[in-house]
Design a protein around this ligand. Structure first.
Ligand code: PMP
Length: 451
C-alpha cells in the first residue's frame, strides 16, 4: 500500500542508518517520517499527530516550532550563521555566557562550548585531568563514576558511563574507571527512605575516594536522576555528601546536567537541590530549548587560572570543535532562557508536575508496576514481572517496546527504557495532554503485561 509516509520510509531505509537502533526492527516497525512539529505535537505526512511525551530525546523545552525561539534564530540567521570562535567572538556567545553564569550555582564563572552532550563530557574529563597536570599533580589520571550512570557515546564519555548495553562491546577501547555502587533508590530496602538509602550508599563513595584520592581526577555524576539508566532517582543528600568529600579528598566533582538541567527536576539545575556547586557542570539538550546542537562546560576561576599562562609553557586547553559556540545555537539558547524568565516557567511547572504525579500515581497499584517515582517534570513507571519481589521482566521480552507500539497507535510518543515507562514532556504540555499521555501509558502497560 503506497501512502505519503511510505514513500519517505522507502527512501529512508535505502540510505539512513538510525541512531540507537537495530535496523532490522524497521522491517516490523518502520520509522515515522515527521513533516512538522507544533507545541508538544509532531505530525507525519499523513496528518497523524503524536504527542511528544519525551521531548524528542529530552531536548525540547518549549515546544516544536516555538514562535519566540523561531524568531530569535531567524533574526540571528540574517546576521551571522557561524564564525570561528578561536581568535574571534560574537554577541550571542558573549551574552549567553553572561546569562549562564548569572543563573548557574555561584562560582561557575567560565563557559567552554562544544556542540553535543558527549563532547561536553569529554571536555570536562580532559579539563579535570589537565588541571591536575598543570598544578603538579600528574599522578591524578583516573575517574570515579556510579554504576548505572550514562554520560554519552564517544569513547571518553562511554568510559565514564556504566550502562552495559551501550558499553560492553567497546570495553577494549575504553579507559579504565573506578565504578562505585549507585545510590539508585529503587534498590532501597522496604521501609527505608530515599534519603536514608542515599546516605547509606554514600559509604561506598567515601571508601572509594579514601582509597583512590591520590590517583583520582574527578567524580562524575548525573545529579538526582540517572536518566538513560532507567530514570533511577536518588536523594539530594548524596550530592551534599559528595561535594564535601570531594573537597576533603581534593577530587573534582563533574555534574552532568545534560539531561536534568534546565528545569527538568523542578529547579533550574538539579545541583541546586543539594545546595552545591560542582567544579564542572555539563549542559546540552535543553540548553537551546532543544533546537540546535550546542553544549557548554561551566567551571570555576580556579580551574580557568590553572590554564592561564605564557603560551610557551604549553599549558593551554587546546581542545576545539569546528562549531564551538555556534551563533544560531547561542541565539536559540538566549531565547529559551528569556522564556524561563518571562513566563516564570519553574513556578508554572510545579502545577504541571503535581498534575502528572496525581494522574500517574494511580498506576502504583497496578499488579505489574513495581514503582512510580517522580522528580519535578520527570516521572517514571517501573514495570516488573513480579510486583512483590520486583523481579524484572526478562529484557528479551521487550515489554517496553509493546508500550511504545501501543502508544503510537494512540498518537503518543513514549519511548520506554527497557521495563521503565517514563514521561519527560515539553513544558508547554497542557493538563489535558498530561491526562492523555498518562491514560495511553496506562493502556499500553495493561496490554504489555497481560500475559
Ligand atoms: N549525559 C547525559 C546525562 C545524557 O543523558 C546524554 C544524552 N542522552 C549525554 C550525556 C550525551 O549527550 P549527546 O547525546 O548530546 O551526546
Amino acid at each position: 500500500m503506497s501512502s505519503a509516509n511510505t514513500a519517505y520510509i522507502t527512501r529512508d531505509l535505502a540510505h539512513v542508518w538510525h541512531p540507537c537502533t537495530q535496523m532490522k526492527d524497521h522491517e516490523q516497525l518502520p520509522p515515522i517520517p515527521v513533516r512538522r512539529g507544533e507545541g508538544a505535537w509532531l505530525e507525519d505526512y499523513e496528518g497523524k499527530r503524536y504527542l511528544d511525551a519525551i521531548s524528542s530525546w529530552w531536548v525540547n523545552l518549549f515546544g516544536h516550532a516555538n514562535p519566540r525561539i523561531n524568531a530569535a534564530v531567524r533574526a540571528q540567521l540574517e546576521e551571522l550563521e557561524q564564525v570561528i570562535l578561536a581568535g574571534f567572538t560574537h554577541e550571542p556567545v558573549i551574552a549567553l555566557s553572561e546569562e549562564l553564569c548569572a543563573i548557574a550555582p555561584a562560582g561557575l564563572t567560565r563557559c567552554f562550548y562544544a556542540d553535543n552532550g558527549s563532547s561536553a563530557v569529554e571536555v570536562a574529563v580532559k579539563m579535570s585531568f589537565h588541571f591536575w597536570h598543570n598544578t603538579g599533580r600528574s599522578a591524578k589520571r583516573r575517574f570515579l563514576t556510579l554504576s548505572n550512570s550514562y554520560h554519552g557515546e564517544t569513547l571518553g564519555a562511554l568510559a565514564v558511563g556504566n550502562v552495559e548495553l551501550y558499553k560492553e562491546i567497546y570495553r577494549p577501547l575504553l579507559m579504565d574507571v573506578i565504578t562505585v555502587p549507585s545510590p539508585d533508590c529503587f534498590q532501597r530496602e522496604r521501609g527505608e527512605s530515599p534519603a536514608e538509602y542515599s546516605r547509606r550508599q554514600f559509604a561506598h563513595m567515601e571508601a572509594a575516594l579514601g582509597k583512590h584520592a591520590q590517583e583520582a581526577c574527578a567524580v562524575i555524576v548525573e545529579p538526582l536522576v540517572q536518566c538513560a539508566g532507567g530514570m533511577r532517582m536518588y536523594d539530594p543528600v548524596y550530592l551534599t555528601l559528595l561535594r564535601e568529600a570531594c573537597d576533603r579528598h581534593q577530587v573534582h566533582l563533574i555534574a552532568d546536567e545534560i539531561a536534568v538541567g534546565f528545569g527538568r527536576t523542578g529547579t533550574m539545575f538539579a545541583c541546586e537541590q543539594a545546595g552545591i556547586r560542582p567544579d564542572f557542570m555539563c549542559l546540552s539538550k535543553g540548553l537551546t530549548g532543544g533546537y540546535l546542537p550546542l553544549s557548554a562546560v561551566m567551571t570555576t576561576e580556579a580551574v580557568y587560572a590553572a590554564f592561564y599562562d605564557e603560551y610557551v609553557k604549553l599549558n593551554a586547553f587546546l581542545h576545539s570543535h569546528s562549531f564551538t559556540g555556534n551563533p544560531l545555537g547561542c541565539a536559540a539558547a538566549r531565547a529559551s532562557l528569556a522564556i524561563f524568565r518571562d513566563d516564570h516557567v519553574l513556578e508554572a511547572n510545579r502545577t504541571l508536575a503535581a498534575r502528572l504525579g496525581e494522574r500517574a500515581g494511580a498506576l502504583a497499584d497496578h499488579p505489574h508496576v513495581a514503582e512510580v517515582r517522580q522528580r519535578g517534570m520527570i516521572l517514571a513507571i517501573e514495570l516488573a514481572a513480579d510486583k512483590a519481589s520486583r523481579a524484572p521482566y526478562p529484557w528479551q521480552e521487550r515489554r517496553g517496546l509493546r508500550v511504545y507500539r501501543h502508544a503510537l497507535t494512540r498518537g503518543v510518543l513514549l519511548r520506554p527504557i527497557g521495563n521503565v515507562v517514563y514521561f519527560m514532556p515539553p513544558y508547554v504540555i497542557t493538563p489535558a495532554e498530561i491526562d492523555l499521555m498518562v491514560e495511553v501509558a496506562r493502556e499500553g502497560i495493561e496490554s504489555a503485561t497481560c500475559d
